[in-house]
Design a protein around this ligand. Structure first.
Ligand SMILES: [Zn+2]
Length: 85
């Protein structure tokens, strides 16, 4: 049984293993590379387009129910996401 999660960017469903978990740490959007930090998290594909879509829609703050700051270097975050895969 594969737990299914929804990507906050493209809204497609995916296996938990195929998505990266992001959480708010002190109000800053951060990668939960171990996928086990407590609290609310959002799931996203390790793709820059999903990341940009989510940012354009303010999807992170909405999904996390807290105003979350996006790191200024979004491309860096995308790289971290890709590495966390
Ligand atoms: Zn996606």
């Amino acid at each position: 049984m594969n737990p299914v999660r929804t990507c906050v960017g493209c809204r497609q469903h995916g296996n938990r293993a195929d998505l990266v978990r992001l959480v708010s740490i002190h109000g800053l959007l951060s990668v939960d590379s171990a996928k086990n930090l407590p609290g609310r998290g959002v799931w996203i594909h390790s793709s820059l387009s999903c990341l940009q879509t989510a940012i354009e829609r303010s999807a992170f703050s909405r999904a996390l129910k807290v105003k979350v700051q996006i790191p200024e270097q979004v491309n860096d975050l995308a790289k971290i996401i890709e590495q966390a895969e």
